[in-house]
Design a protein around this ligand. Structure first.
Ligand code: NAD
Ligand code: FES
Length: 280
């Protein structure tokens, strides 16, 4: 179990692993996640299920190698095994009977968006996708997304592929051009999701975001993943990870995500690369 059957480097520091987990593959729904450990003594890492193959009994995860635990995962090769994989966890995504959906993916958040675009396609719901990345090297899954959606609009911060600008520039242009949607799904860095929600709020376009706070047990017991939504405390692992983007308190989410940056940097600097490839 949990044997890695394929590994691919999608972009610098962005790895896709496919591993055997027949029970998870047969029961996972879009939007759900797994908690994996590379090593027995390793940290638990929550990762959205990017795809499943029920015939092969396999699950795909896509992650950025930005910390010690994700680097341990990224160091595994085909034929090796994960120490554990728990899931599927979290609530499946809801689409609220939408008739036309705009999906907005930023950076590695596009990997989280992909199963939702797949689900909408299978439901016969028309989808447009706006995908943004720092540069062309960081754009992922374009072929896969292009096959599932009407328009695929690519944005890069430096203009090296698609249009130059943020995903929010494309979103504003689509709305100004009169494109009508009844649901927006936005997944990426918190600042991006907040910016998308602020554009869709005044026009009343329902916007769902997927939150990735720090998680520990993934069962609603430890409280690590608490987020403020509509003035209430919610636990992303059991109440989410999808939430109403107009109700999320992004400021408190961003503050909590920054809470462990110093410890993570210290651990990265102990690594042989001295943190060179991990945000130093
Ligand atoms: P990044 O910083 O390269 O940004 C990706 C794209 O998001 C940009 O190209 C831009 O189009 C858009 N963007 C970024 N900041 C924006 C802003 N202020 N306003 C408007 N648009 C903006 O992203 P990355 O390095 O690939 O992603 C890393 C981040 O993604 C981390 O913060 C991580 O926690 C988060 N992440 C979120 C999820 C999730 O489920 N929400 C999953 C994985 C990673
Ligand atoms: Fe512990 Fe959600 S990860 S409550």
């Amino acid at each position: 179990m949990y044997t890695i059957i394929a590994k691919e480097l999608l972009a610098p520091g962005l790895v896709r692993l496919d591993f055997t987990a027949p029970r998870i593959a047969s029961s996972a729904l879009p939007g759900q996640f797994v908690i994996v450990r590379a090593l027995e003594e390793g940290e638990r890492v929550p990762l959205t299920i990017a795809a499943t193959d029920t015939a092969a009994g396999s699950v795909s995860i896509i992650f950025q190698t930005i910390g010690v635990s994700t680097r341990q995962l990224g160091a595994l090769s085909a034929g090796q095994r994960l120490a554990s994989a728990t899931g599927p966890l979290g609530k499946p995504s809801e689409f609220f009977g939408a008739k036309r959906v705009l999906c907005v993916g930023g950076g590695v958040g596009t990997a989280v968006l992909y199963p939702q675009v797949t689900a909408l396609y299978r439901m016969g719901v028309p989808v447009d996708v706006v995908q943004g990345a720092r540069s062309r090297d960081y754009l992922i899954l374009q072929n896969e997304l292009g096959a599932l959606c009407g328009q695929l609009i690519l944005m890069t911060d430096d203009g090296s592929a698609g249009r130059k600008g943020f995903v929010t520039d494309a979103l504003r242009d689509l709305l100004a051009a009169g494109e009508a949607y009844d649901l927006c799904v936005a997944i990426g860095p918190p600042l991006m999701m907040r910016a998308v929600a602020e554009i869709t709020r005044p026009i009343g376009l329902r916007t769902v975001v997927s939150l990735n706070p720090i998680m520990l047990d993934g069962t609603g017991m430890c409280g690590c993943c608490r987020v403020q939504v509509g003035g209430q405390t919610k636990y992303a692992c059991v109440d989410g990870p999808d939430f109403d983007g107009h109700q999320v308190d992004f400021d408190s989410l961003i503050r909590r995500l920054k809470g462990f940056v110093d410890e993570e940097q210290a651990l990265n600097q102990q690594h042989p690369c001295g943190g060179l490839y991990h945000g130093k």
